[in-house]
Ligand binder design. Structure first.
Ligand code: PLP
Length: 428
């Protein structure tokens, strides 16, 4: 009958409409994320500026990416390891997912010898950012989270992806405890006002403010975590940039930290490994969940299941970093970027800006009170052809600041300084 044929047509049409489309809902947590990760957005605006001004020689003090060539001793060690892979004796396949024993030993003795960490508490990885994501995966979606405000955006964004938060409310994400760090509290949060959370992300020296926490402050932080039964995820990616002797280079210098803290760190900013990729995470055996199970066992499970070990070539480079010659080269590289930081800091200070950071970190945090960060970013790009990072991209309390990174060739840093002086002169 015609009714039947009409029905058949409708079915055929419905199937045709469906063909090629997916019947899977998007992970709703991804819909909560804002405009995109901060740095791709900066790259987009940089590209647009370049297209509008094809002759502009843009200098980037934006993303904290290293610029200087790898130190020779370290690069040679990787070249040798790579060449060795072409020989029967030098070839190796899958390695231990936790990292090569010699490298775990070297990391433990170089960075944690004085702080009581053993080699089997060190897990070698392809970098700190990836470890932060895997840490989140280990915790699951239930824990509550606190971050310094402002802070490295990955803590918040991975928390959102995991479903640990509610929606963005215009200022920040519901469910995240933003611990404000500003000039008024010397960039250390008022913990008497901070809400208890399960997880506390804490980065020192901080990206973006460049502030390093003192021993007294970190003692307060560890005691706060102990009192609340919280786990501290301590990001020490810039620890070797610390000059101030009152600021510890690892959280494990603080008594009792081994029972509350995971620490993550990286060769990225120490040895120019941003592209090479090598980092590590420390999980002390004494750190236990509420039911007494060791976090170490779960982290080992994450690394063996979701990771297959850092590249053997790269681990040879990491091992070279920690030999006397490599350490010398690594420290020279850090010294170079720290000099850049001083050049930038001095310039901004002389121009009359409120300038923070730069002494214990490769970042300068410059205040533009009352001005939206993205406007300052746009103005500096327009007037100086220089890319900075808008402070608001690091959290609500970053509004009114921009971050300048000290990663750059000396030539570029000096040229940037010249352009800043030309555009902004002496303000006071
Ligand atoms: N943690 C902080 C605070 C960082 O600023 C960065 C990189 O900029 C990372 C971690 C990521 O380091 P990696 O290159 O080892 O992934």
């Amino acid at each position: 009958s015609s009714t039947r044929s009409r029905r058949m047509t409708a079915v055929v049409q419905a199937v045709a409409q469906r063909a090629g489309t997916i019947d899977v809902q998007r992970n709703e947590n991804f819909g909560k994320l804002r405009a995109g990760y901060l740095f791709p957005e900066i790259a987009r605006r940089r590209k647009a500026h370049q297209e509008k001004n094809p002759d502009a020689k843009i200098i980037s003090l934006g993303i904290g990416d290293t610029t200087e060539p790898l130190p020779k001793y370290i690069a040679d060690a990787m070249a040798k390891a790579a060449a060795g892979l072409a020989t029967r004796e030098g070839y190796s396949g899958y390695g231990a997912e936790q990292g090569q024993g010699a490298l775990r030993e070297a990391v433990a003795s170089t960075f944690y010898g004085h702080a009581g960490r053993a080699a089997d508490e060190i897990f070698i990885s392809d970098g700190s950012k990836c470890d932060i994501a895997r840490i989140q995966m280990m915790f699951g979606s239930k824990p509550t989270v606190a971050v310094q405000d402002p802070s490295y955006p990955v803590y918040v964004d991975t928390s959102v992806m995991m479903g640990m938060t509610g929606d963005h409310n215009g200022t920040g994400f519901d469910g995240i405890e933003y611990m404000v760090c500003n000039p008024d509290n010397h960039f250390f949060p008022d913990l008497s006002k901070a809400k208890r959370t399960d997880i506390i992300f804490f980065c020192s020296p901080n990206n973006p403010t460049g502030a390093a926490a003192t021993r007294a402050q970190l003692t307060e932080l560890v005691n706060f975590a102990r009192k609340n039964g919280s786990i501290l995820v301590y990001d020490a990616a810039y620890a070797l940039y610390i000059s101030n002797p009152d600021c510890p280079k690892t959280i494990y210098e603080i008594p009792g930290a081994d029972e509350v803290a995971i620490e993550t760190c990286s060769f990225s900013k120490y040895a120019g490994f941003t592209g090479v990729r090598l980092g590590w995470t420390v999980v002390p055996k004494a750190l236990k969940y509420a039911n007494g199970e060791p976090v170490h066992a779960d982290w080992n499970r994450v690394m063996t299941t979701c990771f297959n070990g850092a590249s053997n070539i790269v681990q040879a480079g990491g091992l070279a970093c920690l030999q006397p010659e490599g350490l010398k080269e690594m420290n020279a590289m850090i010294k170079f970027y720290k000099e850049n930081a001083q050049i930038l800091k001095t310039t901004f200070t002389e121009m009359g800006f409120s300038v923070y950071g730069g002494d214990d970190a490769p970042y300068i945090w410059v205040g533009f009170p009352g001005k939206p960060s993205w406007d300052v970013f746009a103005e500096i790009l327009e007037r100086c052809n220089i890319v900075t990072t808008p402070g608001s991209g690091f959290g609500p309390a970053g509004e009114g600041f921009v971050r300048a990174s000290a990663f750059g060739s000396r030539e570029n840093i000096l040229e940037a300084v010249r352009r800043f002086k030309e555009a902004y002169g002496k303000r006071n």
